[in-house]
Design a protein around this ligand. Structure first.
Ligand SMILES: Nc1ncnc2c1ncn2[C@@H]1O[C@H](COP(=O)(O)OP(=O)(O)OP(=O)(O)O)[C@@H](O)[C@H]1O
Ligand SMILES: [Mg+2]
Length: 243
C-alpha cells in the first residue's frame, strides 16, 4: 500500500492544514503528481446552498486544483463539532465506504496523496461499520484503512510531550506506521518548551522528530514552501514513500 501520507494531529488547531500544505509542496518538488484529501470537514460555511470547506479549498489551491472539491472533501458538515456529532445533528449517515473508494481512486490516479484528518486520532467519525453497539469508527481507523503512514503534528510549545506520546502510542497500538512527528510553532513567541521539546521527544521516541516548523506571518504558498525546506519536509515525503 502506501503512496501518500496521512496528516494527523495531537489536537484540533495544531497546524495540520499548514503542514499538509507544506508536504504537498515538498512532494511536488520531488517530482510527484500530488492529490489532496480532507476526508471529512466540519464547520463548513454555507453559501448558495453549498457547503464550503476552508481546509479543503486551501489544500485544493496548494495542490494546483488537480481534482474536484467533491473528491477533496467528500464528507462536509456545517456544525463545528466532531464528525460523528455533526452527522447526528444534521441527520446524515457518513458513507465511509464511498470515502475509502474516493481515496483508492486518488491513490491509483496520482503518485502521492496527502490526507488531512480532522482533529486527532481518536475523533469519532461514525458508529462502527459492523453496526455493533458501542463501537465506533475513529480517525485512527480511517488512517489504518487508507494504509498510509502517519505524520503527527503537535504544537511546539508547552503540553506537547504528553499529547505527542499519547498519539504515537495510539498509532502503535493500532499498528499504523509513523513516518514522523512535526512540531509546529503556531504561536508567534517561542517559549522554553518550544526550544526543548524536539530534543526531548527525540530521546524518548524512535520515530523521526522534525522540529520546529517556524511561525509564519503569512500563509502563502511561497512562505509555507520556504519553511518546508528549512524543516526538510522533503525527507518526510521520501521516508513515507519507503514505508
Ligand atoms: N507555523 C505557523 N505559523 C503561523 N500560524 C500558524 C502556523 N501553523 C498554523 N497556524 C495557524 O494556526 C491556526 C490553526 O492551524 P491549522 O488550521 O493548520 O490547524 P489544523 O490542525 O489544521 O486545524 P483543524 O483541526 O481545524 O483542521 C490557523 O489559523 C493557522 O493559520
Ligand atoms: Mg485543518
Amino acid at each position: 500500500m502506501g503512496k501518500g501520507i496521512f496528516v494527523t494531529g495531537t489536537d484540533t488547531g495544531v497546524g495540520k492544514t499548514v503542514i499538509a500544505a507544506a508536504l504537498v509542496l515538498a512532494a511536488r518538488q520531488e517530482g510527484l503528481r500530488v492529490a489532496v484529501l480532507k476526508p471529512v470537514e466540519t464547520g463548513c460555511r454555507r453559501e448558495n446552498g453549498e457547503l464550503l470547506p476552508a481546509d479543503g479549498l486551501f489544500l485544493q489551491q496548494i495542490a494546483g486544483h488537480t481534482t474536484s472539491l467533491d473528491d477533496v472533501v467528500p464528507l462536509r458538515y456545517e456544525t463545528p463539532v466532531a464528525p460523528l456529532v455533526a452527522a447526528g445533528i444534521e441527520g446524515k449517515t457518513p458513507d465511509v465506504k464511498s470515502l475509502l473508494a474516493v481515496f483508492e481512486r486518488l491513490r491509483n490516479e496520482f503518485d502521492f496523496v496527502v490526507v488531512e484528518g480532522a482533529g486527532g486520532l481518536l475523533v469519532p467519525i461514525s458508529e462502527s461499520l459492523s453496526g455493533a453497539h458501542g463501537e465506533f469508527y475513529f480517525m485512527r481507523d480511517l488512517a489504518r484503512d487508507c494504509g498510509l503512514p502517519l505524520v503527527i503534528v503537535g504544537r511546539a510549545g508547552l503540553g506537547t510531550i504528553n499529547h505527542t506520546l499519547l498519539s504515537v502510542h495510539e498509532a502503535e497500538l493500532a499498528r499504523i506506521r509513523v513516518a514522523g512527528v512535526v512540531l509546529n510553532q503556531t504561536e508567534p513567541v517561542a517559549d522554553t518548551a518550544s526550544a526543548t521539546n524536539a530534543a526531548v521527544l527525540r530521546k524518548i521516541l524512535h520515530v523521526p522528530v522534525f522540529g520546529v516548523f517556524r511561525h509564519l506571518t503569512e500563509k502563502t504558498a511561497s512562505s509555507i514552501d520556504a519553511a518546508s525546506k528549512e524543516s526538510d519536509l522533503g525527507r518526510l515525503v521520501r521516508s513515507a514513500q519507503s514505508l
